[in-house]
Design a protein around this ligand. Structure first.
Ligand code: PAZ
Length: 309
């Protein structure tokens, strides 16, 4: 069955109640950089949920933790970009991603006089992260925007892309979120919690229209757009990425396989493709593949900017 059009999707799926205020925040962030030379990247990160009931108790989710997006945000900030970090609520965020569980609390010691001290052994790890975070916040180059459901994601994505159009070719979109391809349309969704007394539920998921098409063609036509392609069969990666580039006419697809995604990616462009691979030694030394990906993309963005404007 054909999916509904993207216009129909927005007509049938209500916008989040606070969309207008969020839109204003994103617009003023972009307008702040409009007169400067600064480049702005929108990073999407983490997975979307697909609610099964209007009063949602249960939903379909996916594996994405936001590792790729949150690490990439730090490297884009280092490269001088302003970053709109559009992430799944409670997924990994830049800077805090380095600390899990009680790690941060454990690095602070309570002294006899009730004063606090950073554990001297942990200070060398903490310091560069805190300094980078302070620089990003003080310079006003980081905007955090969150989403949970697929519908919320799609409304905020559109608002963000449209707000970025004023930046012309200085805008980059780095779409790393794991966005559901399927959803339950509101008219097919029960109002209340699905009852087990009704037997096993028959849930019919519909296809989500491909929003990359209007995003590239209409919402932010001069931006440098990068999408991600995740597969579990590596033999499909390059051909499916090339197909996406042909269909949506954006600049780069970053292809990755589920289990090797932290050590190997393929950057596919309309005319070529190349791999970025980390060796075991590099992984053991704490090198992150996102650093290499962002270096590569910044170079591509620089050369594209001369032709896009
Ligand atoms: O968030 P994470 O680091 O756990 O995973 C990253 C990823 C695999 C979701 C990302 O690299 C990606 O491929 N995103 C697009 C997925 C898709 O094809 O829809």
């Amino acid at each position: 069955m054909n999916p509904i059009t993207w216009e129909e999707f927005y007509l049938r799926n209500a916008a989040p109640s606070d969309l207008e205020s969020r839109k204003k925040e994103i617009q003023s962030f972009c307008q702040k950089f409009e007169p400067s030379d600064l480049r702005v990247v929108l990073i999407t990160s983490g997975g979307t949920t697909v609610p099964l009931e209007h009063n949602t108790v249960r939903f379909v989710d996916n594996f994405s933790a936001g590792t790729r997006g949150s690490a990439s945000a730090e490297y884009f900030l280092k490269a001088g970009y302003a970053v709109i970090f559009m992430h799944r609520y409670k997924s990994l965020e830049p800077f805090s991603r380095h600390f899990s569980g009680n790690e941060l609390l454990d690095s602070i010691q309570v002294l006899k006089d009730d004063s606090l001290q950073v554990d001297p052994a942990k200070a060398p790890v903490l310091l560069p992260i805190l300094k980078d975070r302070k620089e990003a916040l003080d310079s006003g180059r980081l905007l955090m925007v969150n989403f949970t459901t697929l519908t919320e994601y799609l409304w905020i994505l559109r608002a963000s892309a449209e707000a970025m159009a004023c930046l012309n070719s200085r805008a980059m979109l780095y779409l790393a979120a794991a966005v559901s391809d399927f959803y339950v349309p509101p008219e097919k969704m029960p109002e209340h919690k699905i009852q087990s007394t009704g037997g096993p539920p028959e849930i019919s998921l519909q296809l989500v229209p491909k929003m990359l098409r209007p995003l590239v063609a209409d919402w932010v036509p001069k931006a440098f757009v990068i999408s991600f392609k995740l597969e579990t069969d590596p033999s499909l990666l390059v051909s499916k990425s090339q197909e996406a580039l042909k269909n949506y006419r954006h600049k780069v697809v970053i292809a990755n396989e589920l289990h090797s995604r932290k050590s190997r990616v393929t950057l596919v462009t309309p005319n070529s493709h190349h791999e970025i691979v980390l060796s075991k030694e590099e992984l053991d030394a704490g090198v992150e593949i996102e650093e290499r990906i962002i270096n590569d993309l910044v170079e591509q963005h620089t050369s594209a900017m001369t032709t896009l404007n």
